[in-house]
Design a protein around this ligand. Structure first.
Ligand SMILES: Nc1ncnc2c1ncn2[C@@H]1O[C@H](COP(=O)(O)OP(=O)(O)OP(=O)(O)O)[C@@H](O)[C@H]1O
Ligand SMILES: [Mg+2]
Length: 468
């Protein structure tokens, strides 16, 4: 049948046409090669993925984790160590991308030291650890910030990814433990101060050496009273829990400048192995919600220290009092200035934050002020401030004790113990006499004077230091 024969006839003729046509053959050839390449490429990608999955192992650490800083410091430490000891075995193949971390340490006498640490910057680095090669990729995601707008200060989101051969995966825990030990080593027996960074607390500067508690000379029994109070508080966690009382304690140390308030709090924290979280209420960008968050999320075993607590809210009192004759203009100006340069913590926000219900954790707050009379009674009521102590200018006995501490002791051969006793008595009498005429001297002024002078001159010249 011609109709049925047609397709097969035309089909075979098409095939034979294609077989005979050189262009068609070339097209088919190319198609085949293309397909083969695609298969090979897909195969190799798949193969590489499988290989990577099977043979490599990765560990990601992001910068919210404490291990992040430990790891970077550990890497910096290793590269420094190798550079100084054996440059032959420098652990870095590639470390062209470095970043700097600056730490500033301020000492109570006002001086400060700055330390730089060069750490691996964003990019890819390699190092060898216990015979295994590791790749470190540090990546920074600038679009998403930690902290964000509500905090005013934000930190880019960062990760480091460590990659090594699968058989060496057991090295990760060793490496992290080493980094942690190195990170903690600097802190052992030291006082760590944290400051608010966005909505987080971060260690500020290097850990400091602890100050011995006895080196701060207060009135007899004052230090012991505060220490005993805090110790009894710390021993009564269950007692508070059983009675449903928030487990918090607030201390206020008030008195003239240079009387030892800050020094004592630091020494006390050190003696109890506590950290200090330094909270600045006037910090720009600080608002009620952020303050609440910070107070509820202070690191464990730490005192929250709020210095000059009167200063943050004093300005509010003045705002309503003065006016320069243009009350409205003055108020508008102040609002603008405050929103630009000051925190927007409100007094009621602050009160709520310190006795807020948000936190059931242990919380110890220390506040200091030079002007207790400026403080709102609402702030110093029990529950917010449980123990308020006046740390005053030098009493006769304090001056004497400080003098003896300074010049006494086995190492001082400048003066014999009997003469020292007489001089100490002279100083004590002088302070007593001056007090009768209403003149005082601060412990800080005495300390500065003692640093500059040998004992006899110190006592002889000390009457100049007194102020009405
Ligand atoms: N009672 C004290 N015993 C020993 N040293 C003291 C005492 N008071 C002050 N000093 C010394 O004086 C310096 C300043 O002390 P500190 O900063 O503790 O005073 P402060 O009361 O916090 O002052 P301010 O109210 O100005 O903050 C420190 O170097 C400290 O060693
Ligand atoms: Mg102080």
């Amino acid at each position: 049948m011609p109709a049925a024969a047609l397709p097969s006839a035309s089909g075979s003729s098409l095939l034979s046409f294609a077989a005979d046509n050189p262009y068609f053959q070339a097209g088919f050839g190319l198609l085949g090669v293309g397909a083969a390449m695609t298969v090979a490429r897909t195969g190799s990608i798949w193969g590489a993925t499988v290989l990577r999955r099977r043979m490599l192992v990765s560990l990601e650490i992001d910068n919210r984790d404490r291990a992040y800083d430990w790891f970077l410091a550990w890497m910096a430490h290793r590269s420094n160590g190798a550079a100084s000891s054996a440059s032959r075995s420098a652990p870095w193949i590639r470390s062209h991308e470095l970043s700097v971390e600056t730490m500033i340490e301020r000492r109570p006498n006002g001086s400060s030291s700055v330390f730089f640490q060069l750490v691996a910057g964003p990019g890819t680095h390699w190092f060898k650890y216990k015979g295994a090669w590791m790749q470190v990729k540090r990546e920074r995601e600038t679009r998403s910030m930690m902290g964000g707008q509500q905090t005013g200060m934000s930190v880019p989101w960062e990760t480091v990814t460590l990659t090594t051969l699968s058989r060496d995966r057991g090295l990760f825990p060793d490496l992290l433990a080493e980094a942690r030990d190195l990170g903690m080593q600097g802190q052992e027996g030291k006082l760590v101060i944290h400051t608010a960074w966005g909505i987080e607390w971060r260690p500020f500067g290097k850990p400091r050496r602890k100050r011995p508690l006895q080196s701060v000379v207060l009135e007899p029994n004052m230090a012991e009273t505060i220490e005993a109070d805090i110790k009894s508080f710390l021993a009564r966690r269950q007692w508070y829990a059983d009675r449903g009382i928030p487990y918090r304690r607030g201390y206020l140390l008030h008195g003239p400048p240079g009387s030892g308030k800050t020094s004592f709090i630091q020494a006390l924290a050190g003696s109890l192995s506590y950290d200090i979280c330094l909270l600045n209420l006037s910090e720009r960008g600080l608002a009620d919600d952020k303050l609440n968050h910070l107070l509820s999320n202070a690191p464990e075993r730490s005192f929250v220290l709020i210095e000059d607590v009167d200063a943050a809210f004093n300005k509010r009192v003045q705002t309503s009092a003065d006016g320069f004759g243009f009350p409205l203009l003055s108020r508008v100006l102040k609002i603008i200035l405050r929103s630009r340069y000051q925190s927007s913590v409100t007094f009621s926000g602050f009160l709520n934050a310190i006795d807020g219900v948000a936190s059931g954790e242990e919380r110890i707050i220390f506040m200091t002020t030079n002007h207790v009379e400026h403080l709102d009674p609402a702030l110093i009521r029990p529950g917010r401030v449980d123990l308020s102590v006046l740390v005053d200018n030098a009493s006769p006995l304090q001056a004497r004790t400080l003098f003896e501490r300074f010049y006494g002791g086995g190492t001082n051969t400048e003066i014999n113990p009997d003469d020292l006793k007489i001089l100490a008595q002279d100083l004590q009498d002088l302070v007593e006499e001056k007090m009768k005429s209403g003149q005082r001297v601060s412990m800080a002024a005495l300390q500065g004077h003692f640093i500059r002078n040998p004992p006899r001159e110190a006592v002889a010249g000390s009457s100049e230091l007194f102020k009405a």
